[in-house]
Every structure is written in structure tokens, then in C-alpha cells.
Design a protein around this ligand. Structure first.
Ligand code: PRP
Length: 213
């Protein structure tokens, strides 16, 4: 039997993903050590390998088959637009992709004005403004702390994830429009889905049972 390799997005989703996998008997003891600098972990008994990568790299590893299976937020899946199968919503990591800004920016959105939109998600932002709203905007790609942009005058609005809304509130910003709901999803490499169909469908089946319980 060959190894089945999992790529997990490091950060907020990783812990919950490991907890979920543990419930169906997939354990990775070494991975729980918070001080480890190891990048890849193996469960010899189950013939499973697992690694943590930057969320935005998970779809890349899965598309190229370096990982058979990936767990990552649907924001990243949408943004990356990779060729892979999105097989299930894992039901955690729920949040929304939103257009946010100061209250005063609502008028600019209403009147289809030419505005600047800062985001870590330029493709999602572009798709929303161009294809859904038919509004021409300038998109500015940032890599984090996007809420700063409207505060310091880099952009009028941002497209970003809102979970609790605390970051917005503490910075005097609000949700102006909701683009779509997000959550952690499982993705599968298209060739792996065929070659390892039995193992992967068994895994999906077991996860569904736990999630729907
Ligand atoms: C995300 C997102 C928001 C925040 C939303 O940022 O970009 O800034 O979380 O969460 P809240 O609604 O619960 O406040 P993250 O912490 O991933 O960091 P970064 O965007 O600065 O990289």
C-alpha cells in the first residue's frame, strides 16, 4: 500500500483538522508537539503522511499531486482556482468574505464609483466587483493586516474575512456587503481520486458520519 499524503493549512484550521481526523482514527502524535520544527509526519501503521503548509500553498500541493488530500479554507480554494476536486465541507472555520470599510464608503459602493479595494484575495475581489457588481475598481494586493488600508488612506474599502467582527470593530470599520460564506473544505487531487478511490471514499464516508452526528 502506498502512502496517502495530507496537506493541512497551518494556523487556525490545523488544530481542528487534526481533532477531526483523530475522531476517525487518524492520529499523528508527533505533530502535536508545539516546538517541533519537523515539516512532515508519518503514521507507518496507517500508511499516511501529513504536512503543514501555508494555506495558500495547499491547493498547489494537491493540484500537482504532492499531496493527495488537502484541508484548507474555501477562501483559499476560491482565490487559488486550482484544478482539484472539492469533496466536502468540514463544517468548521465558518466565517464570511466581505467588503468592509468605514460606514461612509457605503455611498461609494452604491453609486458605482471608481474606488480602490485592498485585499489578500485579489481574484475574489476582482470577480465580485467585475462579474457580480459590474463596477470598475482598482484592486491593490496586500499580504496581511488589510484593515489598515482604509485607515491610512490606501484604499476606500477592503475585501477580507470576517469571523467575529472584532478586528473591524476595534478599527472603526464595518461590513458593507457580504460576498460569500466560508468554511474549511477537503480537496482531493484528481488522479488520486481515481487511483486511491477506495481509501479516499472510505475516509469521506467516515468524516461525513462524524460531521453529521
Ligand atoms: C483574519 C482576517 C481579519 C481577521 C478577522 O486575519 O484577515 O483580519 O482575521 O477576524 P475577526 O472578525 O474575528 O476579527 P488573520 O488573523 O488571519 O491575519 P492577517 O490577515 O493579518 O494575516
Amino acid at each position: 500500500m502506498r502512502y496517502l499524503t495530507f496537506a493541512l493549512a497551518k494556523g487556525r484550521l490545523a488544530k481542528k483538522t487534526l481533532e477531526l481526523l483523530e475522531k476517525i482514527g487518524i492520529t499523528m502524535e508527533e505533530m502535536k508537539d508545539p516546538d517541533t520544527r519537523k515539516l512532515i509526519f508519518v503514521n507507518e501503521e496507517l500508511k499516511i503522511k501529513m504536512f503543514l503548509s501555508k494555506a495558500s500553498d495547499v491547493p498547489t500541493y494537491v493540484e500537482y499531486g504532492a499531496a493527495d488530500i488537502g484541508v484548507v479554507g474555501s477562501d483559499t480554494i476560491l482565490e487559488e482556482g486550482r484544478k482539484l476536486y472539492e469533496v466536502m465541507d468540514l463544517g468548521f472555520g465558518k466565517c464570511n468574505m466581505c467588503v468592509c470599510g468605514p460606514k461612509s464608503a457605503a455611498e461609494l459602493l452604491k453609486h458605482q464609483e471608481m474606488i480602490r479595494v485592498a485585499s489578500k484575495y485579489p481574484h475574489i475581489a476582482k470577480d465580485y466587483f467585475y462579474n457580480k457588481k459590474h463596477q470598475t475598481v482598482e484592486i491593490i494586493k496586500l499580504n496581511g493586516s488589510v484593515e489598515l488600508a482604509p485607515i491610512v488612506g490606501l484604499s476606500e474599502v477592503i475585501v477580507d474575512i470576517v469571523e467575529t467582527g472584532t478586528t473591524l470593530k476595534e478599527n472603526g470599520l464595518c461590513v458593507l456587503e457580504v460576498i460569500c460564506p466560508l468554511s474549511a473544505h477537503m480537496v482531493v487531487n484528481q488522479v488520486s481520486m481515481k487511483m486511491e478511490n477506495e481509501r479516499i471514499t472510505d475516509l469521506i464516508y467516515k468524516l461525513r458520519e462524524i460531521i453529521n452526528r
